[in-house]
Design a protein around this ligand. Sequence first.
Ligand code: GTP
Length: 602
Amino acid sequence: TDLSKIRNFSIIAHIDHGKSTLADRLIQHCGGLTLREMSEQVLDNMDIERERGITIKAQTVNLRYTAEDGETYHLNLMDTPGHVDFAYEVSRSLAACEGALLVVDAAQGVEAQTLANVYQSIEHDHEIVPVINKIDLPAADPDKVKAEIEDIIGLPADDAVLTSAKSGIGIAEVLEAVVKRIPPPVGDREAPLKAMLVDSWYDPYLGVVILVRVIDGVLKKGQGVRFMQGGTQHLIDRVGAFTPKRVELPELGPGEIGFITAQIKEVEQARVGDTITTVKGGATKALAGYKEVQPVVFCGLFPVDAAEFEKLRESIGKLRLNDASFSYEMESSAALGFGFRCGFLGLLHLEIIQERLTREYDLDLITTAPSVVYRIALGHTKNEDAKVIELHNPADYPDPSRIEMIEEPWIKAVIYTPDDYLGSILKLCQDRRGIQTDLTYVAGRAQVTYELPLNEVVFDFYDRLKSISRGYASFDYEQIGLREGDLVKMSILVNNEPVDALSLIVHRAVAEERGRGMCERLKDLIPRHLFKIPIQAAIGGKVIARETIAALRKDVTAKCYGGDISRKKKLLDKQKKGKARMREYGNVSIPQEAFIAALRMG
Ligand code: GTP
């Protein structure tokens, strides 16, 4: 295709501002869909994505559009994931485009994720076309939103396109703006092949499908290609595009976006951000920006019914086929039996995997406390040199006397909120050891920036933020590296036995409060037994909080109807002994819900 007739663009928007609806309308306008197909939103093709309205995997649609100038253009519309956990995938999708539509809800205005994504887009030198959507709403105020786009983002918004994706208003104007305002790609057909691996996913019929953006050269069926970062070689067996239906093409030239397959079995072999070139006469320098994504949040997943362990193993294996950013290894816990230690890109990613296992694979699971990755410097011992380890699981916490330093990951969080809720939000951040670095007001809304330890955010920060702001605050974060912290392992002992699934790494300053909260909650969550149950939180050997569940007292003497006193006494003695024995065994049954409920912070 003639480069001047290609336009590659993505849509950036805050969750719920109407990105998928607008994408559907653009596809429909270009004739890409039948009416029957319109009954489903095509871009979000996973159930959970649809139900939660969250876009997880980037997808691209190739459209033909005949513009007012009479020319037919090839438009590649890239869908980008809408959530912070998938920031790297967003950045690669943006790198594959020359422009972006910035969709802002005409009633809600600019929000945190709009900002994060738009700054990335600006960094990629994109031409950005503001689109103010939902103008049909009674509360729509396009002029106010225009002013916000100019004041907050610093983009001219005079010629923003006004749309109602829902009722189909302004769709042709959006397409004209794409053609007129977004520049065509540049590339050299004669140069050695360079294509960026934008995304990959597992398809049961085709194996791994790879979404690519060709920069220079040509991709063809039958070509031998090399993945420059991954170091593997493959033979291309299919080349094509999505319209949104999958169609095969003879080749993909410079500037074009499409897919290839090459008999690859695992997505792990097709990492986002890699550069694809030909085996013979290929490029020598890979494209910039490749990054291997690493899981940042870990937790244990255990079957409620131990007999389901094999089923869990199989199901996790299947999910992993499609998601290279998720990791797992076997783990055993004294309290929970056999399960898996899993790594995720963030909390939402964790929830998605957990939900898919529950729903698609029909598994009942117990999830242990999410933990971040700590870096620990250990001093030398008689038998071992000093070394640095990474800790993914509080259960593997080393001997404290050997620890010289612990570092924990920190994030920079940007929170955007109506100022009514600002006070409670500042308190929440403060309670979570946050350091405020910026606070600005624009049009009755506050934008506040905090540096926060990730381990304070992984529990329920997002839920709390949403509940104290009644859903109005939005949140975005990026990692900013490791910092030293005064961190300790807090163990929870139930009936004097440590329960490994409940142990946590916490900051010393908040340990006591967290320990107390946890003991209090467990006291309510664990039913009474025939004996007294102490619940303790401890650091090393030192107990920092304690609660006791009173014994259920079976009054055996009641049966003796006044009988002789020595018999009564004998019975009581027997009962006491029985209690002592039970206590010795540490035989407490902890209900499954207790594990998750205990971890919610008060
Ligand atoms: P994510 O995929 O989560 O990023 O959401 P999204 O930005 O794709 O939003 P989506 O298209 O799913 O729309 C969110 C909600 O807004 C849906 O209930 C839509 O029906 C509604 N919506 C989208 N466009 C319009 C519009 O122009 N007017 C009105 N009134 N509602 C709209």
